[in-house]
Design a protein around this ligand. Structure first.
Ligand code: M6R
Length: 609
């Protein structure tokens, strides 16, 4: 959570920082601030609220003007969102921005208070600034030595952008756990939590490793280790262009990202299909390796976990291997039964989710082999897993995940097909047939996107509801979990997903005329049973919205509204059926006037437990 940027160069630093922060606002948006060297003096502007509030404040009071500085957009952990707790924070010579959590900040604060230091905020971050300044004084103005000493004291996670009043043409940066990249331009250098923040200026960057300190100047960015030895870094080039991180004419990123799904699927699966069969060898996955696993665990959070639920159904059905799906925050503290013969799959869009990363590390300690399915290139989960399949969704900016989910399930299918073939549970002809069907999904999704008007009408029926249920069986149930999360996350309408057959065991007592039900019925073998469950809620007054196949025409006693999906293989229907669920959530939120791309209290990348 939180986004940080830094800049040294010839441009107006405040403009570059504000522009970078606008790309990082998805990481947190309850306050923002920048610090810029103006005539060699650090000037800070910060404000509670969105970047727009900070901009308004600077429009009124004047923006700091200079060519070097740091910036921050916050998701509060220690200390309520307020002007006082907004970053940057200072201590004497030091001003800094921080993404992460310092776990031992209380102990460090006591130490500093005893040394006569005063604090102006409730944050853990100010403790870092004060400690750094304390060591800076002790080391007679040597920033690197002060940083090294401070690092040894800090417990927790951090990515830091630091300026020292005595070095007006430098920005210092370091990290542990929280991500940070160093951007290399011509006559300018950058730091950012994520490469999208600097794409407008350069595509070239270094990945900063824990234990490395970057020193940015106009001419260059040098990276040192903790012994002050220069580290030679590999220059990476981002393959995302600027437009990928912009709205491109859509009203919201979420709508743009929903429409990008056909293309994202193609980019993700095409390079992994050879002669009509899945080939994941470049990801470290061979048939021989796949044959070794006894059991599979899929561990993830939120939407990524829901993609894992689809994966479970598909893998168990095709490859006949038992799959456990776990929420990462539960898995890591449950003493999970994972053995050396197991495969643990971690799914994550950002590759930085703290609980998922911890689950990956725990699985490795337990001796399991690990496979990461990750969208953000070079992220921690991507780097630490034994095997890696990148999804190629491009940058996902909206907090509500859509295209990342789509490519996560596309990868789950490819993986399941290859696993089933390796374990001889399907033959080559069947594997080819399923792979071709997967390749056909982008066209089907495009068709659905061309006829989305019904989702707008359905949304207008939902906006007055306080609460609703999503129901389905089998893969439709797995999918309804994602539909429900999408809706509540951005429209703030309470919703739950339920296995349709489980309703009678308690939840059906909630059904009244006030409780709409969104029912997903695409699985032909379960169809009649799901329809019976739908009739049960309809008979009790619920307004029913049905997502089902075009070929099914519901009677009045089944549904009030229906969204029809093209005829397709049962197994692949989640890829099609999720689209109307995403659109229903989107249009409901738009009609309710919520902040669709940045729903309250959330952040895109959850780097704290
Ligand atoms: O970056 P990750 O995929 O690890 O993130 C996991 C969840 O935080 C994320 O999927 C979250 O649930 C989405 N905001 C839901 O739309």
């Amino acid at each position: 959570m939180c986004g940080i940027v830094g800049y040294v160069g010839k441009r107006d630093a405040a403009d570059v920082l504000m522009d970078g922060l606008s790309k990082l606002e998805y990481r947190g948006y309850d306050s923002a601030g920048i610090a810029v060297f103006e005539n060699e003096v650090i000037k800070v502007a910060k404000s509670k609220g969105r970047l727009a509030d900070l901009q308004a404040k600077m429009d009124q009071d004047g923006k700091p003007s200079g060519h070097a500085g740091i910036g921050h957009t916050r998701w509060a952990t220690h200390g309520e969102p307020s002007d006082r707790n907004s970053h940057p924070h200072g201590g004497g010579n030091v001003t800094l921005v921080h993404n992460g959590i310092i776990e031992n900040y209380k102990k460090l604060k006591e130490f500093l208070l005893a040394k006569g230091r005063n604090f102006e905020s409730d944050t853990d971050t100010e403790v870092i600034a004060q400690l750094l300044d304390y060591y800076y004084e002790e080391n007679h103005g040597n920033p690197i030595e002060a940083i090294v000493k401070t690092l040894k004291e800090l417990e927790g996670s951090y990515a830091l952008g630091v300026v020292f009043a005595d070095f007006p043409d430098r920005v210092f940066a370091l990290r542990k756990e929280s991500p940070l990249i160093v951007g290399i331009g011509e006559g300018e250098s950058f730091i950012a939590s994520d490469v999208t923040a600097i794409l407008q200026y350069t595509k070239n960057y270094y990945l900063l490793e824990p234990g490395e300190i970057a020193v940015l100047s106009k001419q260059e960015a040098k990276v040192y280790d903790l012994h002050y030895q220069k580290v030679e870094k590999e220059l990476k080039t981002a393959d995302w262009d600027v437009s990928a991180a912009e709205k491109g004419g859509y009203e919201h990123y979420m709508l743009k990202e929903i429409h990008e799904q056909p293309e994202s699927i193609k980019k993700t699966i095409t390079p992994r299909i050879e002669n009509g069969l899945p080939n994941l060898e470049e990801c470290g996955i061979t048939p021989e390796r796949l044959m070794q696993f006894n059991k599979i665990h899929i561990v993830a959070c939120g939407t990524a976990m829901h993609a894992g639920m689809v994966g479970k159904y598909v893998i168990e059905k095709l490859a006949k291997i038992s799959v456990n799906v776990d929420i990462a925050s539960e898995f890591r503290y449950r003493e999970p039964l994972v053995s050396e013969k197991d495969l643990v799959i971690i799914i994550s869009q950002s590759g930085e989710t703290a609980d998922s990363l911890a689950a990956l590390r725990l699985s490795k300690q337990l001796g399991a082999k690990t496979l990461a399915i990750v969208n953000a290139k070079g992220s921690s989960i991507a780097r630490e897993a034994d095997m890696l399949i990148y999804t190629h969704a491009g940058p996902e900016i909206a907090v509500a995940s859509t295209k990342a989910y789509m490519v996560q399930i596309a990868v789950m299918y490819l993986f399941a097909f290859e696993l089933a073939l390796a374990n001889k549970k399907i033959d080559e002809a069947e594997c080819r047939r399923l792979t071709a069907l997967l390749q056909g999904t982008p066209d089907q999704i495009s068709k659905i996107l061309e006829h989305k008007e019904m989702t707008q009408m359905i949304a207008s029926e939902l906006i007055t509801a306080d609460s609703l249920l999503y129901i389905g069986r089998g893969l439709d149930y797995a999918l309804s979990m994602e539909g429900s999360l999408k809706l509540k996350e951005i429209s703030y309408i309470h919703s739950e997903s339920y296995a349709a057959g489980e309703l009678k065991h308690g939840t059906i007592s909630l059904i009244t005329e006030e409780m709409p039900v969104i029912a997903v019925a695409t699985q032909q073998n379960l169809f009649d049973k799901t329809i019976s469950n739908i009739k049960e809620v309809k008979a009790r007054g619920a307004k029913v919205i049905l997502v089902s196949r075009d070929s099914y025409q519901p009677e009045k006693d089944v549904a009030d509204f229906k969204f029809g999906l093209p005829e397709y293989e049962d197994l692949l229907m989640p890829m099609l059926a999720v689209v109307p669920l995403q659109l229903i959530a989107y249009y409901t939120a738009v009609l309710k006037g919520t902040d669709v791309d940045k729903p309250r209290n959330l952040a895109k990348s959850v780097t704290v437990e």
